[in-house]
Design a protein around this ligand. Structure first.
Ligand SMILES: [Mn+2]
Length: 335
């Protein structure tokens, strides 16, 4: 098997001397990135007896994700300027060197790059590159690695990987592949159901409801499109959370939610329709003013310097869908 042979080369390389392997997620890690880092660390532990450290450089915003790290005891740490010095090798999960959603110096050589996002024209330097854009989650790719070496997956890692696949594919309903489906089913008997429930239905901070109120009062509709402005979001991930929520509104097929956090504008796009290519759209909407990406039915990104660029971003979105400002109406006046 080709994949196994390629993985074996990595294992041989790191086993040659005692080494520390650092695993880096994207800036504000989602469950798929967190689970992939956790699963990959276990892979190294079992195959190479290697020491690992798990890093991110932004914030773990979504309350579910914080609880996930907490209850599954995932040793994910915020990176410091000195962290890379401690690493003999660095792996990136759910992101790639050169993408703006991670802090990895693009000229540096990585050990492994494992991702399922679209990005053209990046020159990646790594011993092992596995980038598959037709797969729904990085977590399912890590499951494949564990499977290739017949490694039994303990409950806390199974729960993390399952939640990673579940959130990235919306429970196998969006942008998923046969591989996601296979491991979603395979992991199911191993789950810690109590932990999973506490991750999926956590207590929510008051700030969550303030943002929810802002989202609802600001929401405007234009045909099947809903746009909401959170003003200042309490965490960047609130845009995704609210976009998922609004997509459940009847008659709505495309949602844009944006909000400011620490002088940057974060946005999320969601659709129910096929073929909208929201990842590519996010990329185009942020050209020269930020960064964006995603998949078919989900997209998102960041706009730098919102004072200057928020208008540019919104105008691009309005132009793309032929939205006229005066035709936007409050969503509740439509019902
Ligand atoms: Mn992912």
């Amino acid at each position: 098997m080709r994949l196994k042979a390629k993985l074996q080369e990595v294992i041989d390389k790191i086993s040659a001397k005692p080494s520390k392997i650092c695993i880096l997620t994207h800036t504000n890690p989602d469950p798929d990135a967190i689970a992939s880092a956790f699963g990959l660390a276990y892979f190294f532990k079992k195959t190479a007896k290697a020491k690992t450290e798990l890093f991110y450089d932004g914030i773990i915003g979504r309350i579910n994700n914080r609880i996930m790290v907490d209850v599954l005891k995932i040793p994910l740490k915020k990176i410091t300027p000195k962290s890379f010095e401690k690493c003999d090798y660095i792996c990136l999960v759910d992101t790639q060197p050169g993408k703006r959603n991670n802090c990895f110096p693009p000229d540096k050589q990585a050990l492994m790059v494992i991702d399922h996002h679209f990005e053209e024209g990046l020159k990646i330097k790594a011993d092992f590159i596995d980038i598959r854009k037709n797969i729904g989650s990085t977590a399912a790719m890590v499951c494949q690695y564990l499977d290739a070496f017949k490694i039994e997956i303990p409950s806390e890692i199974a729960t993390a990987l399952f939640y990673g696949i579940k959130t990235d594919t919306d429970g196998l309903l969006r942008d998923y592949s046969k591989i996601d489906e296979r491991y979603y089913r395979k992991l199911f008997p191993k789950l810690d159901y109590r932990a999973l429930h506490s991750i999926e239905y956590p207590e929510l901070p008051k700030e969550y409801f303030y943002d929810l109120a802002d989202a609802i009062t600001s929401a405007r509709v234009f045909g099947e499109i809903l746009i909401a402005d959170l003003g200042k979001a309490f965490v960047p991930d609130m845009t995704g959370e609210m976009a998922d929520y609004f997509l459940r509104m009847e008659g709505i097929s495309l949602v844009l939610v944006y909000g400011e956090f620490e002088n940057r504008l974060y946005f999320s796009l969601r659709t129910k329709k096929r073929g909208r290519r929201l990842g590519l759209l996010s990329y185009e909407l942020t050209e020269d003013i930020g960064s964006g990406g995603g998949h078919n039915k989900t997209g998102g990104g960041v706009v730098e310097n919102p004072l200057l660029n928020k208008k540019v971003f919104l105008e691009r979105f309005f132009t793309k869908f032929g939205i006229k400002l005066e035709k936007l109406s409050l969503f509740y006046s439509k019902i």
